[in-house]
Design a protein. Structure first.
Length: 186
């Protein structure tokens, strides 16, 4: 019971920290300002994390899991009709663009990137679970769907960084054709 309470408190702290970092950016965040904004002492922060770097990395990982869960939930509910899904997917991704930009910034940072990328194995495991779930919903083999999903992730990353709606729409329209072909071969 106590462990669950501790996890809940830490999760709430990571949620709040991630939201703060999204709003203010890494460059404009100091531990003092962050702690003041969320109403804790810096000593409390060091109870949970080894330091600022550890906090930022854990907050970005936590935020990535949160955003990925929402995007895959959207995907699992809509891929049975690929045309409708892909017509709304850019708008769904746009809801999380700022969060995804922060995650990208942390993942590519010379300071935080290596530690962030070390968790990629865990993230790929999560992606594989989502791929199996989506494959079941559209009645195809996960190994046939996986490359298409990873192409979508690359397209999303490109959109988040460059904000080019036209190119992203063109790419997703093509992926839609691939998935429609996959669904129609069943």
């Amino acid at each position: 019971m106590r462990e669950q309470v501790v996890r809940d408190i830490k999760g709430e702290f990571l949620d709040t920290t991630f939201d703060y970092l999204v709003k203010h950016g890494l460059e404009n965040t100091s531990i003092r300002d962050l702690c003041k904004d969320i109403g804790i002492s810096s000593g409390s922060l060091y109870y949970w994390f080894a330091g600022k770097d550890d906090l930022y990395i854990n907050a970005a990982k936590h935020g990535l899991a949160r955003v990925a869960q929402k995007l895959f939930a959207h995907a699992s509910g809509g891929l049975s009709n690929p045309e409708r899904f892909f017509s709304s997917f850019i708008n769904e991704v746009s809801k999380y663009k700022q969060e995804l930009r922060l995650i990208y910034q942390v993942a590519t940072s010379p300071v935080y990137g290596e530690a962030m990328r070390e968790s990629a194995d865990n993230l790929n495991g999560d992606y594989e679970e989502y791929i199996v779930m989506i494959a079941d919903s559209i009645k195809c083999k996960p190994e046939d769907l996986a490359p298409i999903i990873f192409i979508c992730l690359s397209i999303i990353l490109d959109y988040v960084v460059w904000d080019d709606y036209k190119v992203t729409k063109m790419q997703l329209d093509y992926v839609c054709k691939l998935i429609t072909g996959l669904v129609n071969t069943i």
